[in-house]
Design a protein around this ligand. Structure first.
Ligand SMILES: NC(=O)c1ccc[n+]([C@@H]2O[C@H](COP(=O)([O-])OP(=O)(O)OC[C@H]3O[C@@H](n4cnc5c(N)ncnc54)[C@H](OP(=O)(O)O)[C@@H]3O)[C@@H](O)[C@H]2O)c1
Length: 328
């Protein structure tokens, strides 16, 4: 491993820009390569972030000797092939959420990484915020008692554009895979297991994907999660964890929290604020680099078993909605 960890980025869209900005505050990170479908987009991105190597497609980037780890930022249906292409080139991979379209794709990615002892992680950036670490600590210490209910809402309204990534089935559109994945990942982080029962409902819109959905999860001991997701309905982005002896609330943007409200036992509510490093994407990147430097092929905060559990849960929900994508 060189002194700086050398990143390659696949895709030059919105999140690729945000992630590259996130890397810019990490002194031991360097973007050495970018891959795009077109030379124009690769050149434009490279000029913006001072990237020396440009490629057409993930296969070409996978052969770049100046790259240690690849960040995949293409639409969900491309995640599996882009990931496996990069693993085949011997690269470590951080792939955007949802990890792929379904659990059979996720299993194929994980199988390849494990067989070849290569680092692989789903870019669930939410897990790496200091506020989330604090929440895990409070829950594990039993400070709010036994967790009985988790709530999370990730719903927004975008302008109607049937061709957009959010609504187009060919690009894996729909609220569940785009933002419901955060709700489910949040429940998975707290309960650290898959739900035993799932009740759910969705509105499948004109393009054939879920514009909004609601899910209730039941666990063995009667604990629950109540979750909503949408791409055509705006709500608050709040979440909460209720225990037998207190609660934790994330009042705003629960997937990138800067503040939590905690109540334990007979104490008054307490507000805890956190400083943010860069734009928030820096945390997951820093953790990936720590894993690589320490020779770890799996991240303990976002383990591959959690990615499988999250995707299996989404498969089950989609089954209830009869939502099958054209590429499946
Ligand atoms: N972690 C987060 O906060 C977060 C936020 C938003 C999105 N995401 C995830 O990141 C992924 C990308 O989302 P995004 O919002 O960045 O999407 P986007 O703005 O549409 O960018 C996706 C990029 O992927 C490349 N691409 C490859 N094949 C494509 C195809 N057939 N159609 C369109 N683009 C294609 C394009 O780059 P080239 O033109 O250079 O090939 C495009 O710019 C999604 O899986 C999404 O769920 C994560």
């Amino acid at each position: 491993m060189t002194e700086k960890i050398r990143w390659g980025i696949v895709g030059t869209g919105r999140i690729a820009h945000l992630f590259a900005q996130g890397l810019s505050v990490l002194p031991d990170a360097q973007i050495t390569a970018v891959a795009s479908r077109t030379k124009e987009a690769a050149d434009k991105f490279a000029a913006e972030f001072n990237v020396p190597n440009r490629h057409i497609g993930s296969e070409a980037l996978a052969g770049d000797k100046d790259v240690d780890v690849v960040y995949i930022a293409t639409p969900h249906p491309m995640h599996k092939d882009d990931t496996i292409n990069c693993l085949k080139g011997g690269k470590a991979v951080l792939c955007e959420k949802p990890f792929a379209m379904n659990s059979s794709e996720v299993r194929a990615m994980i199988e390849y990484a494990k067989k070849n002892k290569l680092f692989l992680m789903e870019a669930m950036w939410m897990y790496f915020f200091p506020a989330m670490a604090k929440i895990r600590e409070i829950v594990a210490a039993g400070d709010i008692g036994e967790v009985r209910l988790v709530q999370a809402n990730f719903c927004f309204r975008r302008e109607w554009d049937p061709k957009s990534r959010l609504l187009n089935p060919q690009l894996g559109g729909g609220a569940l895979l785009d933002v419901g994945v955060y709700d489910i990942a949040f429940a998975q982080m707290i309960y650290v297991k898959e739900p035993m029962r799932i009740s759910s409902m969705a509105h499948i819109g004109k393009t054939g994907v879920d514009e909004q959905g609601s899910m209730i999860f039941g666990y063995e001991d009667g604990a629950m999660a109540v979750l909503t997701c949408a791409v055509q309905t705006e709500t608050l982005f709040e979440s909460a964890i209720y225990g037998t002896d207190g609660y934790i609330k994330i009042p705003h943007m629960f997937f990138q929290p800067d503040k939590i409200i905690v109540k334990t036992g007979q104490e008054q509510e307490k507000e805890i604020k956190f400083k943010r490093l860069g734009n928030g994407y820096s945390y997951e990147a820093a953790e990936v680099m720590r894993c690589l430097r320490d020779g770890e092929v799996e991240c303990p905060i976002m383990p591959l078993d959690a990615s499988i559990a999250i995707m299996k849960t989404m498969d089950k929900i989609r089954q209830q909605w009869n939502l099958v994508y054209p590429m499946e």
